[in-house]
Design a protein around this ligand. Sequence first.
Ligand code: GLP
Length: 242
Amino acid sequence: MAIDPASPVPKYLQLRDLLLDWIVETGLSVDDPVPSERELGARYDLSRMTVRQTIDLLCSEGKLYRVPGKGTFVARPKIEMSLALASFTQDMLARGYRPGARDLIRRIIPASGHIARMMDIPPGSPVHHIERLRTADDEPMAVERSNIPVSIAPNLDSYSLSGRSLYQILEQEFGILLDSGEQTIEAGICDAADARLLGLPHGSPVLSMQRRSFGKGACVELAISTYRADRYQLHSRLDPRQ
Ligand code: GLP
């Protein structure tokens, strides 16, 4: 296939699709190099600027990545974020990754008015506030900030969460089974603190996630999390409207 100069589709977008097809057809895999901008320009008879625009786009889409002075390479496919009431541990294991967690903050705090309203608990009531850096195969993936009423899991703070799933502890130690939940996910920009934790440049795109999970009608967890947008994508099955 070649670039069609008469097409209404801009050349850099045509090149994007050609390159993606070419990567599949030639069987390139993760970390394999793609041809240089100069080679691509010559191959498709395009200016260096157009080729750069395409490569920039593919890098921002997470399909390619650049190593200064070395070239451009095929990136790992993004992880599909499950839209189910699953734990991070379950999600990662299901996708073949080794889940991990590093405690950043664990303390009991009085629920602010805002948090209390969202959790339907009296303002000021104590909640376990847990901030964790979540990893997959040791790579930072997300910063998760959970709030759990002390009334439903009184001595949760005495359980170590490193190498253990929070949902599993809630179930096994406190008999709490999550039976429903709701989640909002929106595009965001990484602040300086999360960027440092996630090893991203400040201002990188992220997915901001807010989840409320319930057990027997009571809010068990309010979690506000930051997921790397360069490693995650949302996927859902679409069923016809009933
Ligand atoms: C998901 C949810 C979090 C929850 C976590 C529990 O990532 N977004 O709200 O805290 O799972 O994961 P785990 O049981 O692995 O600690």
